[in-house]
Design a protein. Sequence first.
Length: 120
Amino acid sequence: MEHSDAQQSEGSAVRIRHSPQKLHIVKLFLFILLMFYTYILYSQTADKYYVGSSSNPEDRLKKHRNKSKGFTNQASDWEFVFQKSFEDKSHALSYEREIKSWKSRKKIEKLIVESAKISG
């Protein structure tokens, strides 16, 4: 079943047909675009973890690997070992702060292992 909306354009009616399936795909795409993520990176060279958040983790990973200023400039082999999505930035930042507050490598590694069990 198709939906249609009439729009006025210079005095004439224009009919636009919307497929419910296409609308669902567009909504899903926009939802994914507007997601925020908390992520954990690991560098084998540095043997360290980095916790961050971003609306575009892949782009952030590229920046971390390019040895920009900051903690991640000590290595260029950073890899994602954990990602969790959120519907808004404040929740992603809050979870990032929570993980950083642990100050525990063992607790971070436990989170990574548990999330791998769930998704694997």
